[in-house]
Design a protein around this ligand. Structure first.
Ligand SMILES: *[C@@H]1O[C@H](CO)[C@@H](O)[C@H](O)[C@H]1NC(C)=O
Ligand SMILES: *[C@@H]1O[C@H](CO)[C@@H](O)[C@H](O)[C@H]1NC(C)=O
Ligand SMILES: *[C@@H]1O[C@H](CO)[C@@H](O)[C@H](O)[C@H]1NC(C)=O
Ligand SMILES: *[C@@H]1O[C@H](CO)[C@@H](O)[C@H](O)[C@H]1NC(C)=O
Ligand SMILES: *[C@@H]1O[C@H](CO)[C@@H](O)[C@H](O)[C@H]1NC(C)=O
Length: 501
């Protein structure tokens, strides 16, 4: 369910922002952390500044009227209307993380405006008036804001701590009008125009920040994985901020959908996140092995961890005829019948992550069923302990896995078909496991589950790193505009344009 993946990391959108109270250590447990590196921050900064700026324009300012005393002419009423900023260009920008928050600055910005001018004055009881157009080039503008991103309550909150917009210089060009008009405009309106530009931009930035803030507050705390489970994406603490990265720690455990989590969890990600230095990547998503263990217990508790294997490439193996030599009594009682193995896991498999791989020990019961005409007859049961190892892979934005069977052992549990000679059954079971169970398991694991990324962002050149107990996905991200989140919360919506009249 892609739309819900909008997920917590919607933060990406609000990266415009962020943080204070950085070094608060949370007592709550977090099992997934998302760390945005300097490279990632740079990418987001450019993306956001580009987006934010392009949605700022066209921006219409309030009309300005003024009665001006002009030498040799007298008192003149001058009004400026239809003042519209058409284009803003921000050649350079900067993002800085600090104790006081996140500061984003755009410098050397330019803007151009067009406007209509009109003047009237009385000359010996005759009213003189004229009108025309003017354009204004705003030079050397500095726009900056500092925001904080915290988690004071249940949700992340974004607030604007400080914002400023300074216009360096303006250059007015007047089409037509009397010879005194230009100087009159510069003298009487220069400051007005500067202030109007500053106010309009600040007002819009502030509106944008509160839009993002209300979005953050309304973020879901779970993202659906499938009908059985969801990922708990509740933030457990304030984002953690250093001068070169931001870390977000989320609970990250699988929870049964619409139910409370029953299984206890033992560990947590203590140091927020692994880093990806070599080569530098934009983000690092670290997952503690308990994320997988929580998935394992949710699916186990949902009663989904059993597989009926009745088709394998070498089908005759699932026919009592093939077992004639191995378990004679089986063939005697059920000659030439089809068979199926019902492999059901007996306790939630425990996943451990270490050097380059994930390992799990899986305890299961294998019930041998005979398909006797219309009936399914369980005839024997064998305990199975499998050691499996797997590697994690990235497919789209999903973390997927591929497992292989390293080893297994069998012991008879009960039998209605005489003594089971484990050593002779073993090769048959081995073939069923490798050719039947593993492909079945891997076909489920192949789709994996979605990493908590905001919709619209996708992983690029992702690599998976293993360390003790933790998997880290190091990746760059790309952004694609046409997506559902933007349909709902477009940047132009975030920076909704209100005509000032
Ligand atoms: C504003 O500047 C942009 C880019 O330089 C230009 O394309 C546009 O025509 C200008 N508009 C006005 C009204 O001067
Ligand atoms: C989700 O995570 C939060 C934060 O750790 C926790 O308080 C909450 O109980 C978790 N929800 C479930 C259903 O486990
Ligand atoms: C089992 O094998 C026998 C002998 O090859 C065959 O006659 C029978 O149809 C098979 N049974 C099933 C269910 O495939
Ligand atoms: C397989 O075994 C599980 C667990 O004992 C049971 O719930 C399930 O119904 C069985 N399936 C079949 C097809 O016999
Ligand atoms: C990602 O995982 C979800 C949930 O398992 C699944 O529905 C979706 O198809 C997967 N996507 C990819 C690209 O594998």
């Amino acid at each position: 369910m892609a739309a819900s993946i909008l997920g917590k990391v919607f933060i990406f959108l609000s990266i415009l922002s962020i943080i204070s109270n950085a070094h608060l250590q949370s007592k709550e447990r977090g099992f997934i952390s998302v760390s945005i590196s300097e490279k990632g921050l740079d990418f987001l900064k450019n993306l956001l500044i580009g987006k934010a700026i392009s949605t700022l324009t066209p921006l219409e300012l309030s009309p300005i009227e003024e009665t001006v005393r002009i030498r040799l002419v007298g008192k003149v009423d001058i009004s400026l209307s239809n003042i519209v900023i058409y284009h803003i260009d921000v050649p350079s920008s900067d993002i800085e993380l600090g104790d006081s928050g996140i500061t984003i600055t755009g410098s050397g910005a330019t803007a151009n405006l067009s406007m209509d001018w009109k003047y009237t004055y009385k000359n010996w009881f005759i009213e003189v008036s004229d009108s025309g157009k003017a354009s204004v080039q705003v030079e050397d503008m500095e726009v900056g804001m500092t925001v904080s991103l915290t988690k004071p309550g249940e949700n992340l909150e974004l607030s604007l701590l400080e914002s400023r917009c300074d216009v360096g210089d303006i250059d007015i060009k007047v089409d037509g009008g009397a010879s005194w008009l230009y100087q009159g405009l510069v003298d009487a309106f220069g400051n007005h125009i500067e202030t109007a530009v500053q106010d309009a931009i600040l007002k819009k930035l502030s509106a944008g920040i509160s839009k993002i803030d209300s979005l953050l507050r309304s973020l879901p705390t779970e993202i659906k994985v499938d009908d059985t489970s969801a990922l708990n994406v509740t933030f457990v603490s304030d984002p953690i901020l250093s001068d070169s990265f931001i870390d977000f720690v989320i609970n990250g455990l699988f929870v049964p959908r619409h139910k409370a989590l029953v299984s206890p969890n033992r560990h947590q990600i203590s140091k927020a996140s692994a880093r990806c230095y070599n080569p530098a990547k934009m983000i690092a998503i670290s997952l503690h092995e308990d994320v997988f263990n929580s998935a394992s217990s949710v699916y186990f508790n949902a009663g989904l961890m059993w597989w009926k294997i009745d088709k394998i490439p070498h089908q005759p193996l699932l026919n009592t005829t093939e077992w004639k030599e191995v378990v004679p009594q089986l063939y005697e009682e059920y000659p030439n019948d089809g068979m199926a193995l019902n492999i059901s896991v007996t306790s939630p498999p425990l996943v451990h992550i270490s050097d380059g791989q994930m390992e799990a020990t899986i305890y299961a019961d294998v019930v041998i069923d005979v398909l006797d005409d219309v009936q399914v007859v369980p005839v024997a049961c064998i305990s199975l302990v499998m050691s499996a190892s797997g590697s994690a892979e990235i497919s789209g934005n999903n973390l997927t896995a591929n497992v292989k069977l390293d080893d297994f052992s069998l012991s008879a549990k009960w039998s209605n078909i005489g003594d089971l000679q484990i050593s002779v059954i073993e090769p048959i079971i081995s073939e069923v496991l490798n050719d039947g169970l593993l492909p079945e398991l891997n076909s489920h694991l192949m789709s994996g589950f979605p990493l908590p990324l905001i919709h619209g962002f996708s992983l690029q050149n992702a690599e998976v790193d293993y360390s003790d107990s933790t998997i880290t996905v190091c990746s760059d991200v790309a952004y694609r505009e046409d997506n559902e989140i933007l349909k709902k919360f477009s940047f132009s919506n975030i920076f909704a344009f209100h005509m000032v009249r």
